[in-house]
Design a binder for this molecule. Structure first.
Ligand code: PBG
Length: 332
């Protein structure tokens, strides 16, 4: 062999950290939290070990638990007291998210991002208002433009209740533009939008749909979420959201779509987020339970690979646990 070429020289303990190309920090992480208007006690989410739905009264305490690990940002999901055809509790002044936001902003210094979608709020579980035909023909689904009006209202309502950033996740065309206009019109110009710009129709959302009670009652989300095989389309989606005024672009899920994270990174100057979704979390837990994988190491390696792919921020159910591992000095 050519003995001048020895990459292993840079792998010894002392030099390895000096030449490491990617790193993880609690500052990169956003912890999803679930607030549930239907419960007075914390309810464990079975398919997402360590996660719970917490009552409105207990949400500030839950957020403080996250902050104690060094993670400062949370993504808030709500389970409303009741659901209806239009998802009206999503923009209600006394809605679950609005009440939770007031408590969190009164009682903590956390940075709160709200998920904006209707699937938790509609009785049919779709991410917007249904087209008339949808009731007879499940191949029809959500009425894009009618849903945009509700997105506007909900964005204003969340921002007024104290959301620091809003993350629309319904994959409606034009959602970022209408939100930006509405927020600006109401003088909420300082509230950034993190768009779920590139969201695939993925089977990895299964455990979340149990957690947030948002599985579609019929059909699926193919009419609005992306085809898992499409790569060029991701760039098109990302660019549309840039034009409409998005501040951060998200790719979701994360692990099965790291190529797309890289593509989006290379095609925009905006910060790129990726969502390490419920199924990615559940699968590591399930394997670790059987003794087949080391949970902590595979969690850190997963998140590091998202950074390597080009993500600046990571939404992950591992946020608290990985932040604790990092402060205990554990690295790759
Ligand atoms: C709402 C929403 C979903 C997730 C985040 N926001 C569910 C879905 O689109 O079905 C999934 C998150 C996860 O799986 O962790 N639209």
């Amino acid at each position: 062999m050519d003995i001048t070429k020895r990459p292993r020289r840079l792998r010894s303990d002392g030099v390895r950290p000096l030449v490491s190309e990617s790193s993880l920090s609690p500052a990169d992480l956003i912890a999803p939290v679930f607030v549930d208007a239907t419960t007075e006690e914390r309810v464990p989410i079975e398919s997402m070990p360590g996660h719970e739905r917490v009552p409105v009264e207990g949400i500030a305490e839950r957020v403080e638990e996250v902050r104690e690990t060094g993670v400062e940002a949370v993504m808030l999901f709500g389970i409303p007291e009741e659901k209806d055809e239009r998802g009206t509790r999503a923009w209600a002044d006394e809605g679950v998210i609005q009440r939770a936001l007031r408590r969190i902003t009164d009682e903590t210094d956390a940075y709160v991002i709200t998920d904006l979608c209707f699937c938790e709020y509609t009785d049919h579980g779709h991410c917007g208002i249904l087209e008339e035909e949808a009731k007879e023909d499940p191949r029809q689904t959500v009425d894009n433009d009618a849903t945009l009006e509700l997105i506007e209202r909900t964005a204003i309502s969340q921002a007024e209740a104290g959301a620091d950033m809003i993350a629309p996740s319904g994959m409606m065309d034009g959602m970022v533009g209408v939100m930006r206009d509405a927020l600006d019109r109401e003088n909420l110009t300082e509230v950034p939008i993190m768009s779920y710009a590139v969201k695939y129709e993925s089977a990895f959302y299964g455990p979340f749909r149990d957690a947030a009670d948002g599985a579609p009652a019929f059909g699926d989300r193919r009419h609005y979420q992306m085809d898992p095989g499409n790569r060029r389309e991701a760039i098109r989606e990302a660019k549309l959201d840039v034009e409409q005024g998005a501040d951060v672009l998200m790719v979701k899920p994360a692990l099965p779509y790291l190529d797309v994270v890289r593509d989006v990174r290379e095609n925009t100057d905006l910060p790129v987020a990726t969502y390490n979704v419920s199924g990615e979390y559940a699968m590591l837990h399930a394997a670790a339970d059987r003794g087949w994988l080391d949970l902590e190491e595979t969690a850190r390696e997963s998140l590091l690979s998202m950074k390597r792919a080009g993500a600046d921020l990571i939404l992950t159910y591992f946020a608290e646990s990985v932040a604790e591992q990092l402060s205990a000095g554990r690295r790759m």
